[in-house]
Write a protein that binds this ligand. Structure first.
Ligand code: CMX
Length: 470
């Protein structure tokens, strides 16, 4: 790996308008026949991206892109355009596109570990950061870099080991990520007064370190809380998902490893406005390090209306099964749905703030189940709920989207392979979400995104604004 000072000076050169490509790291790599690493590629790409944004703002900066109603201010800012997020855009009808690619498309074009299998999430990370599909060799190099940086500092191991088993795995996860702040190259560089144009280089190092260490954190939490506390070693020549599965204790199951690859790919990014992405971005805008920023995002993901919905779904389904059994009629499911709604609860795994159709992440998991576990009773139950719930939610008339979201399906797949402890499920979502939100963290620092600071008003002030008297 090139020394940081060489990279910094290379980046400084590349920052000049039309930097000489012949002097760049990427050119050196091309000319020697060696493909550029992710960092080399970013050094090449970012100057042009910065110029693109400058040109767009210069030409169109004062163009009005939307209006805001009073209801939106009180209604969770739904639909207000005010964030920049490069990795993905969410269409209400079609679902997510990662740098323009739908989920079925990325399943085709990203490098895989198994012929005809699921994509490697390292490839998605590369795509989200650069907008480019990496080669298999480039992904392999990234996998190796992540495996090489996977070890945890002793104090983080100690913190996890001393957490009580009764502390929710997501709280343990957030504690451990916060504690990695001791390792932050970004914070150290800032303290030394680094030029802000070079901050992204340190953000990149932190992001790679952080992603690299997540399997060891997740594995340790899982093994401590639910198993014998023994955590296997990372295999330096294996991919990220294999190592995560291995550290959880499922490395021998090839299908589970494939599921991990799919799971980590599809849960990564869902544009910028969701709670975990927005929080990571917001906290990062204060120049808190990637560790502190992701930990903040994970705390948001831990909420039952967001990432913890995967745990809630499983509990809700198991409660249904416990009360009625596996052999359930559609009428019984309908009654169970109404009981949930009439108790003033939400139906977990259904509805979405943006989507108005079945979530393609749900569909991708359904297809995995149809291929690998079509006769599993809980999968059949999930499919049966899918037949009934949209009609009931439509009749109920509140939710704007009666269709299932990503969390509706993930739990039963994990149950099938023996990862039955549902309070752990959101940790897996969190590992994946890091792959989606940290690219934007790096981009934000590269383009010099400012501290985020929207305007708020009191109810009195809003009333005055809209000329209303109480
Ligand atoms: N069951 C019952 N009521 C629901 C509902 C559901 N699944 N989804 C929405 N509603 C209700 C809302 O609670 C709201 O009721 P009030 O007017 O009484 O407050 C009303 O319908 C309108 O809500 P909405 O505009 O359709 O949805 P929001 O954008 O406010 O919320 C979400 C989106 C996901 C929080 C909501 O659909 C929900 O609570 N779903 C269940 C929890 C869930 O599955 N979350 C995971 C989402 C994916 C993720 O982030 O991981």
């Amino acid at each position: 790996m090139p020394a940081p000072s060489r990279i910094a000076s290379s980046f400084a050169r590349a920052q000049r308008p039309l930097a000489s490509f012949a002097r760049s790291a990427a050119f050196r790599a091309y000319s020697t026949g060696k493909e550029p690493t992710l960092k080399e590629r970013l050094i090449e790409i970012f100057p042009a991206e910065i110029e693109k944004i400058k040109a767009l703002r210069k030409a169109k900066g004062s163009t009005v892109i939307g209006e805001v109603t009073l209801d939106q201010a009180y209604g969770g800012m739904r639909g207000i355009k005010g964030l920049v997020w490069e990795g993905s855009v969410l269409d209400a009808e079609e679902g997510i596109r990662f740098r323009g690619y739908t989920i079925p498309e990325i399943q085709k074009v990203l490098p895989k570990a198994v012929e005809g299998g699921e994509p490697l999430p390292e490839g998605l990370f590369w795509l989200l950061l650069t907008g480019e599909i990496p080669s298999a060799t480039q992904v392999k190099a990234l996998s190796a870099e992540l495996a090489a940086r996977a070890d945890l500092p002793a104090h983080v191991i100690d913190l996890i080991d001393r957490s009580p088993a009764s502390l929710h795995p997501m709280a343990q996860f957030s504690i451990a990520v916060n504690a990695l702040e001791s390792e932050s190259a970004f914070t150290k560089a800032y303290e030394k007064g680094v030029n802000k144009k070079e901050l992204w280089l340190h953000a990149y190092e932190d992001a790679i370190d952080l992603i690299a260490k997540l399997p060891a954190i997740a594995g340790r939490i899982y093994r401590n809380v639910f198993k014998d506390g023994k955590v296997a070693e990372i295999e330096k020549d294996k991919d990220y998902s294999y190592n995560l599965a291995k550290l959880l204790g499922f490395g021998d199951n090839k299908e589970f490893v494939e599921l991990t690859r799919l799971y980590l790919t599809i849960h990564s990014d869902h544009e910028g406005g969701n709670v975990s992405a927005h929080t990571t971005h917001l906290v990062g805008s204060a120049l808190s390090s990637p560790f502190l920023s992701l930990a903040a995002g994970l705390n948001g993901l831990a909420g039952p209306l967001h990432g913890r919905a995967n745990q809630e779904v499983l509990e809700w389904i198991l409660e249904l099964k416990a009360n009625i059994g596996s052999d359930v009629t559609n009428e019984q499911i309908e009654k169970y749905l109404w009981d949930t709604l009439n108790a003033g609860r939400v139906v977990p795994g259904y509805g979405h703030a943006v989507l108005r159709k079945t979530d393609p992440r749900y569909t991708a998991q359904r297809e995995f189940a149809l291929k690998h576990l079509p006769d599993y009773d809980l999968f059949k139950l999930v499919s049966q709920i899918y037949e009934v719930a949209p009609k009931v939610l439509t009749k109920h008339g509140k939710t704007k989207n009666p269709w299932p979201n990503v969390d509706s399906h993930s739990g039963v797949l994990l149950q099938y392979y023996g990862l039955t402890e549902e309070s752990f499920y959101t940790v897996l979502f969190g590992v994946s979400r890091a792959l989606g939100v940290l690219p934007q963290y790096i981009i934000d620092r590269a383009v010099g995104a400012p501290i985020e600071r929207p305007k708020s008003f009191s109810t009195e002030a809003y009333a005055k604004l809209v000329k209303y008297e109480f």
